[in-house]
Design a protein. Structure first.
Length: 188
């Protein structure tokens, strides 16, 4: 079925991108791994950057969309600031830890193909802007008036994602990394 084939293509593309990087992965390689043809891939996706975005970035989008929906559905009295931050930190840290290879592939591809992947960057930035918008909208009610919230929200996201991406480098073999809950508590 078209839905099953699309899912096969996405799974194969993700494997190819993680294994070979954006530059090394080809539509032909993806087609072979998905047991389909390049022509059928192009029926589902117009180009390689779109396949890349779907395979590598969309899972992150889903996590952030779920968080954003939860934030919008609750009031500040239902979700105190510390709980809100802890939930965000926990969800983003868990995703970034589980998908470290995806995010590294995304960053490497951006470094080497910034023009070709401008749409991927635009999509990611739109997600960040949506979270910043929620922070700014809640600021008066939560009493957040003494920070540059635009920079603070973006910096917190960078810290959480960076903590997951750099964990092997930050702690190495001799220093055991903190548990996720300990790290979430400190980040919060």
């Amino acid at each position: 079925s078209p839905g099953r084939l699309r899912a096969q293509i996405i799974a194969a593309a993700r494997e190819c991108f993680l294994w070979s990087g954006y530059s090394g992965a080809s539509i032909r390689q993806i087609a072979e791994r998905a047991n389909t043809t390049q022509a059928l891939i192009y029926r589902h996706f117009p180009d390689k950057p779109t396949i890349f975005e779907t395979a590598v970035l969309e899972p992150f989008e889903a996590v952030l969309a779920e968080f954003i929906d939860g934030w919008r559905a609750s009031t500040t009295s239902e979700l105190p600031t510390e709980d809100l931050f802890a939930r965000f930190n926990r969800e983003v840290l868990a995703f970034a830890s589980a998908h470290r290879a995806d995010l590294i592939t995304l960053l490497a591809a951006e470094e080497h193909h910034p023009d070709e992947l401008r749409g991927v960057r635009t999509t990611f930035n739109a997600m960040v802007r949506e979270i910043v918008g929620l922070v700014l909208a809640d600021a008066p009610e939560r009493g957040w008036n003494h920070q540059d919230l635009d920079i603070a929200a973006r910096s917190v996201m960078a810290m959480v994602i960076g903590s997951a991406l750099l964990e092997p480098w930050l702690y190495g073999d001799d220093d055991p990394p903190p548990t996720p809950e300990r790290l979430v508590a400190e980040l919060t």
